[in-house]
Design a protein around this ligand. Structure first.
Ligand code: SF4
Length: 328
């Protein structure tokens, strides 16, 4: 591994300045993704700016929203009483991710920024437009079983690997940033991006910006379920996941939120299906119709055609559990 410098500032401004001074510097918090990338030669920073001393671990319940600091650990957030009671979908999604050991190290900010698990991205002997722009995409004609069925481009068909991000998309979260030009906030749906012509850019974060926290509005959608379909029951990335949240009046659906993971370069929000469900009664046929709408525009590659059947079934199953139509 290439040698690097290590600094540990105590204030956000000092951390941003450390990055500004050195274009080869990178922030590190839990290190659960970055250190893997460094060991594999995908990332080679000159300097690591350890942000663990910054005061960004707070979890607050406010009148209109929940606020979670960027350095709150995934395990702490998932087990926090206010989050379990007020945002159970987020708690479920976090507990579905990684392993207990990784959740004890991984932070909310790092989870937002975690990079794809496409094997060609991690293999420096293979072409990958995300790692080396213009080098080609090894997955397009390679083994693309884990790859996207929505929103891909001819340059990249990778998926976002996070479970937390899928729940945050369904819950209309906002990401808060601090940088050389001051503070700004971005809806999480605009934070992650599709690959287009620039798959090397996963998000819309600025070069020297720091994630300071995430806010999530309090919501009447109390009937929730996070469904993760994967090859084994723990420590595996989603083939397909569904975050489903419903506001019910008896059997009547007053509100619906749906997002999918494992299917696109960003958490994939299913707004057409959500709008269809509002005003319907909970039933297998309504959920089936919603899943048909959600699958419009899906496109498979050689090895992931099974996702075209798995995804709609997962949507129906997640909605059925969230609504109480079937037991988990
Ligand atoms: Fe790289 Fe994206 Fe192609 Fe994977 S899918 S090899 S990450 S360009």
């Amino acid at each position: 591994m290439k040698q690097f410098q290590y600094v540990r500032p105590a204030e956000a401004e000092a951390a941003v300045n450390a990055l500004l001074k050195d274009p080869g510097a990178r922030f590190v918090a839990g290190g659960t993704n970055l250190l893997d990338l460094m060991k594999r030669g995908v990332e080679a920073p000159d300097r690591l700016v350890d942000i663990n001393r910054l005061p960004l671990k707070e979890i607050r319940k406010e009148k209109q929203e929940f606020y979670i600091g960027a350095l709150a650990l995934n395990s702490t957030v998932a087990e926090h009483r206010d989050i379990r009671e007020g945002l159970p979908l987020l708690s479920q999604a976090l507990l579905a991710g990684a392993s207990a050991q990784l959740r004890n190290m991984a932070t909310v900010g790092g989870n937002l920024l975690q990079r794809t698990r496409c094997p060609y991205f991690y293999d420096t002997a293979m072409p990958c437009n995300k790692r080396v722009p213009g080098s080609g995409c090894g997955a397009l004609k390679g083994f693309n079983r884990m790859h996207a069925i929505f929103g891909a481009s001819e340059h990249c068909i990778a998926v976002n690997p996070s479970d937390m991000n899928v729940a945050l998309a369904a819950l209309d979260a906002t990401v808060h940033l601090s940088g050389p030009k001051g503070r700004r906030s971005i809806p999480v749906q605009d934070f992650h991006r599709l690959p287009g012509d620039h798959p090397e850019q996963d998000t819309t974060i600025g070069k020297n910006e720091l994630i300071t926290g995430v806010s999530i509005p309090r919501s009447p959608l109390k009937h929730v379920h996070y469904l993760k379909v994967r090859d084994r029951n723990s420590y595996a990335f989603a083939l397909v996941s569904v975050a489903a949240a419903l506001d019910l009046d008896g059997k009547l659906i007053r509100g619906a939120r749906l997002a999918m993971g494992g299917v696109a370069h960003k958490p994939w929000r299913l707004t057409e299906a959500e709008n269809f469900l509002i005003g319907k009664e909970i039933s297998a046929s309504s959920f089936q119709e919603a899943s048909n709408l959600a699958m419009r525009g899906a496109r498979a590659y050689e090895h992931n055609e099974f996702k075209l059947r798995l995804a709609p079934r997962s949507i129906v199953h997640a909605l059925s559990i969230a609504s109480g139509l079937v037991k988990a």
